[in-house]
Ligand binder design. Structure first.
Ligand SMILES: NC(=O)c1ccc[n+]([C@@H]2O[C@H](COP(=O)([O-])OP(=O)(O)OC[C@H]3O[C@@H](n4cnc5c(N)ncnc54)[C@H](OP(=O)(O)O)[C@@H]3O)[C@@H](O)[C@H]2O)c1
Ligand SMILES: C[C@@H]1O[C@H](OP(=O)(O)OP(=O)(O)OC[C@H]2O[C@@H](n3cnc4c(=O)[nH]c(N)nc43)[C@H](O)[C@@H]2O)[C@@H](O)[C@H](O)[C@@H]1O
Length: 315
């Protein structure tokens, strides 16, 4: 790819899409295109097909999806399964029909079996039952991985799937019903700190999670744009994880909250652990560089400048 290649970032206003856009601009890419969901509903097959046939991008990055934390995923399984399959099927098939030369599909670490041996290797895919709280979302993402693999194997095209671990950073979703844990904790501790009120967190605090700053993921995507990756599927993470309790204490310290933490055991824990084996991606040349503490500080700083504009998401 050269710096004038036309790159369509589906979902360019989201946390991931906007980070990829910023990173590509910073690298000197000049021909980026994006559409909001109002301008182009990616669930609409005809509209997607027309858009891709008119624009003829060289590269498509699929960062558009219905995304949410553990509660939203478990409550809206139908929408997470259906809408994600619609969005990715429409994009992948239009890219195939209109000779897009590179397609980067973004999935998630929840595609791997709930109780797979840790750390999770790419080869663990489809070797056991999924975590029930995100079964719909995971099945949609697995089908996206397999669709890209089928095109790659059958037609020799450069379609590749990157599986990021739990992500966070600027433009994250801070809506408490639909967000992931890290932005939820930032908001909860921030709002409780003035009066040292107690903060209620979900589950037992014992599950372990790996967290990657979204700017590091953006670098992995640029790496995949600039290199033809030899395999169809790569894990993208830091290779280290922490307990949810440790995450809570770290965020509590950074935000400056001094009140009590209460664990609400009526809320689900989800999968006990999902640490990625990132050796494949590390061995070909990409590595995460942001520490969890630096990343949380950066995200809290962003949150403070945008505190008036919480993204309240209707699932
Ligand atoms: N967040 C994480 O922890 C995480 C972890 C692993 C993988 N990922 C993956 O990364 C990708 C992006 O996630 P994110 O966190 O950036 O989510 P996000 O902030 O919610 O952004 C999602 C984007 O998708 C677009 N979108 C959703 N439905 C659409 C539709 N019907 N038509 C057109 N556009 C639509 C939205 O567009 P509008 O803004 O225009 O409505 C939005 O920009 C997803 O594939 C997700 O699975 C995320
Ligand atoms: C990356 C995504 O991760 C999602 O799983 P998953 O890591 O459990 O998603 P999270 O919603 O980030 O939750 C991670 C852990 O943090 C706990 N937690 C504690 N307090 C809170 C809180 O206030 N809000 C939230 N949201 N969690 C909280 C939650 O119970 C769970 O054990 C999947 O459902 C998706 O499919 C996707 O893979």
């Amino acid at each position: 790819m050269n710096k004038q290649s036309k790159i369509y970032i589906a979902g360019h206003r989201g946390m991931v899409g906007s980070a990829i856009w910023r990173a590509l601009e910073a690298e000197g890419y000049t021909n980026l295109i994006g559409k909001t969901s109002k301008e182009l509903d990616l669930r609409n097959q005809t509209a997607v097909n027309n858009f891709i046939s008119t624009e003829k991008p060289d590269v498509i990055i699929d960062a558009a999806a219905k995304v949410g934390g553990i509660l939203a995923n478990s409550q809206y399984q139908y929408e997470f399964l259906l809408e994600n399959m619609q969005i990715q099927n429409n994009l992948i098939d239009a890219a195939h029909k209109h000779e897009v030369s590179k397609f980067i599909f973004l999935g998630s670490s929840c595609i791997y079996p709930k109780l797979a041996t840790q750390p999770l290797k790419e080869e663990d895919l489809l070797t056991g039952p999924l975590e029930p709280t995100n079964d719909g979302y995971a099945i949609a993402k697995i089908s996206g991985v397999r669709l890209c693999k089928a095109i790659r194997d059958q037609y020799g095209k450069d379609f590749v799937s990157l599986m990021p671990t739990n992500l966070y950073g600027p433009f994250d979703n801070f809506d408490l019903k639909s967000s992931h844990v890290l932005p939820a904790m930032i908001r909860k501790f921030h709002e409780a700190k003035a009066n040292s009120e107690p903060v209620e967190l979900w589950g037992s605090g014992t599950p372990m999670r790996e967290f990657l700053h979204v700017d590091d993921l953006a670098q992995a995507v640029i790496f995949a744009i600039e290199n033809k990756l030899p395999e169809h599927l790569y894990n993208v993470g830091t290779g280290t994880d922490v307990t949810i309790k440790h995450l809570a204490e770290t965020i509590q310290n950074i935000v400056g909250h001094t009140g009590e933490i209460i664990w609400d055991s009526t809320k689900p824990d989800g999968t006990p652990r999902k640490l990625m084996d990132v050796s494949k991606m590390n061995n070909i040349g990409w590595k995460a560089s942001t520490t969890l503490e630096e990343g949380i500080k950066d995200t809290y700083k962003w949150f403070l400048s945008n505190v008036e504009n919480y993204k309240e998401v209707k699932m």
